[in-house]
Design a protein around this ligand. Structure first.
Ligand code: SF4
Length: 624
């Protein structure tokens, strides 16, 4: 609840809406206790008194009735009717929507055609027809407003329910023998509830408006009972001579509807699990840079891609997660460097930081430099960085199904990737794509270009991802666990393919993985990351033969070796630490079998010796 309120009030407009609405609601609740004039007491001698008249702070209307009193009583009625109408519409719409979505088939057809019949009538005419049939009155106005809003809820909830019903957790509930009613109440409704809450919160405002509209036309609240719409209607005739009589209820309607809408938007954001990470705004196109010190440029850079003291943090509420904490790494032309570590060690954030692809908010690059052929990418403006993305530095992501657009053909997406950077005819771009699909050994490339991502197998999609990364002949490829989701045979093919491309085209590859087996096949050098830092680095063969850091050794020992005889697989005890609460000293100490008291004090530096680097006080082996 505290997190929810914190997220809600982080959106200042939603917080403002909540405060205004809370004030209005409190005023409405305490109206009977306030020393107000009788709202319906007529005193024609005092008609049309202006605001701030003695005894009438907001003045009086055409019958000399106190406007403040009528406003507060009227607001109370309008809010109550609007809220009840929203609840009634939400209840009926949810009932119809969940039933149709869950059962599908004929039930869905019948219920949705009934809803379609309601939707076939113009919205306001239907409300007028219902009130005309039932007779004027605030209760009938409530029924009319609720009825015309039922299709909105029913359609929305039906779509979501139908999607959820096809999910595995509903199948699991069915297989466990639960009945329909129980599945709907315990499995489906809790998942639909946030959508209902948000829909109600955003529709109460409309319903207040619609009820006011019916009262304005004389079909809702009947004299002398005041609600905001009837107050507006009665003030019409005196709009020019006594405008305050109309402006008072008009301003209240504006305040209520605005505050409800602002609050509704904030609720939607706060309830959206994708935005709970603290990002209530859309991610910016490039990671925010907030470096206090910019490392000086170097006249000579040893690698094509250089990371120097890179720091990337996530600021979520009061917590600061140091996902990348001073990473330095270099990648030479034609070299393949493996970046290894458990999930959460900072590998992917390091890779995404290179091209400013970490979502901001909440991500911020707070220090260090990323240099491509000596140019600091973190100092480039967005346009400069965009020109390099996919052109000189390309990414291959782990799950091409989520990175390829599901609604566009593979060929169109590849051609777009080329034409974003190069002004060449579509036919030429298409020829390049066909060539690349052949290179990545996709059979029948002409027909594959016309396929949608879901029509390809996992291995095929990953090859398309590789081909797409190659379309602009980049110098550096950052491959973020591109083989993790593939079976062993396809994984071996993809690794062989990447290795071949590296040798043929002189590509530099930063290969991110948690698997030392993959590193052994592909990488010249390897850097091991733990808790956002590099703990060991060196040539792959040397590290595999003699790992010096206890963490590296444990990672290697946890990889099974087919045909390597019987051996006990060692797992690493415990879990990686939360990077917002790193322990003092070595972050690996709580899991390390060689830890000593000295390991838990002070900073442990990465020391370099020859081709190897190590961050450990009591290594397994002294690196040569
Ligand atoms: S510094 Fe100490 S705790 Fe850390 S890895 Fe080395 S031996 Fe283990």
């Amino acid at each position: 609840m505290r997190l929810f309120l914190a997220l809600l009030f982080r959106n200042r407009l939603a917080g403002f809406g909540a405060v205004v609405l809370a004030l209005v609601v409190v005023l409405c609740l305490i109206v009977p206790l306030l020393p107000l004039a009788e709202p319906n007491a007529i005193d024609t001698a005092d008609k049309f008194l202006p605001p701030f008249s003695p005894g009438h702070p907001l003045g009086t209307d055409h019958l000399g009735r106190d406007l403040l009193s009528r406003l507060l009583w009227g607001t109370r009625l309008s809010l109550a009717v609007g809220t009840c109408a929203a609840m009634a519409a939400a209840f009926s719409g949810t009932l119809l929507g969940v039933t149709a979505g869950y059962f599908g088939g004929r039930i869905d057809n019948i219920l949705m055609r009934l809803v379609d019949m309601l939707m076939a009538f113009p919205y306001i005419l239907l409300a007028l027809a219902i009130v005309a049939a039932l007779g004027p009155g605030i209760l009938n106005a409530l029924i009319a407003v609720a009825a015309v809003n039922v299709p909105f809820f029913a359609r929305n909830i039906r779509g979501i329910s139908a999607g959820l019903t096809a999910r595995e957790f509903i199948d699991a509930a069915r297989l466990s023998g639960q009945g329909h009613a129980r599945i709907i109440v315990t499995e489906l409704l809790p998942n639909v509830l946030p959508v209902i809450v948000v829909a109600v919160s955003t529709t109460v405002g409309w319903m207040v408006l619609e009820t006011a509209g019916l009262s304005f036309l004389g079909l809702g609240s009947q004299p002398p009972q005041a609600d905001l719409g009837s107050m507006l209607g009665e003030a019409r005739a005196a709009f020019l001579t006594a405008p305050h009589v109309m402006m008072v209820p008009g301003a209240m309607i504006f305040l209520i509807v605005m505050s409800i809408n602002l609050l509704g938007d904030g609720l939607r954001d706060a309830l959206d699990p994708r935005l709970r990470s603290g990002a209530l705004a859309r991610p910016e196109p490039v990671t925010r840079i907030a470096r206090e010190v910019v490392p000086p440029a170097r006249s000579v850079t040893p690698g094509l891609l250089e990371l120097e003291g890179l720091e990337t943090r996530f600021q979520i509420g009061a917590r600061v997660y140091r996902a990348v904490n001073g990473v330095s790494l270099s990648l030479a032309r034609g070299e393949c460097v493996g970046l290894v570590g458990e999930s959460g060690s900072g590998k992917s954030v390091t890779a995404l930081s290179v091209m400013g692809l970490v979502a901001s908010p909440p991500g911020v690059i707070t220090g260090g430099a990323v240099r491509l052929a000596g140019v600091d990418l973190l100092s480039l403006p967005y346009r400069g960085l965009r020109a390099l993305r996919g052109r000189r530095v390309a990414y291959i992501f782990q799950d091409p199904l989520s990175t390829l657009h599901p609604l566009y053909r593979v060929g169109d997406q590849m051609i777009e990737a080329i034409r974003v950077h190069r002004n060449i005819p579509v036919a030429e771009a298409r020829a390049i794509c066909l060539d690349l699909l052949r290179i990545v050994r996709i059979p029948n490339p002409e027909s594959r270009l016309a396929a949608y991502p879901h029509e390809l197998s996992g291995g095929m999609r990953q090859r398309v991802g590789i081909a797409m990364a190659l379309v602009n002949d980049p110098e550096v490829i950052i491959a973020d666990e591109p083989t993790t989701a593939l079976d062993v045979t396809v994984q071996a093919q993809v690794l062989a393919l990447l290795d071949g491309l590296r040798r043929d085209r002189g590509l530099s590859i930063l290969f991110i993985t948690h698997d030392f087996g993959v590193v052994g096949q592909l990488c010249d050098r390897v850097a091991v990351m733990y808790a956002g830092r590099i703990v060991e680095e060196g040539p792959t063969a040397a590290i595999l033969a003699a790992p010096a850091h206890p963490y590296t050794r444990r990672l290697i020992e946890s990889v099974p070796e087919p045909g390597g005889g019987k051996r006990r697989l060692i797992s690493i005890p415990g879990l990686p630490p939360a990077v917002d609460r790193l322990p003092p000293g070595c972050a690996f100490a709580p899991r390390c079998h060689r830890a000593q008291p000295a390991c838990r004090q002070g900073e442990i530096e990465l020391t370099r010796s020859g081709t190897r680097a190590l961050r450990c006080l009591f290594p397994e082996e002294v690196p040569q």
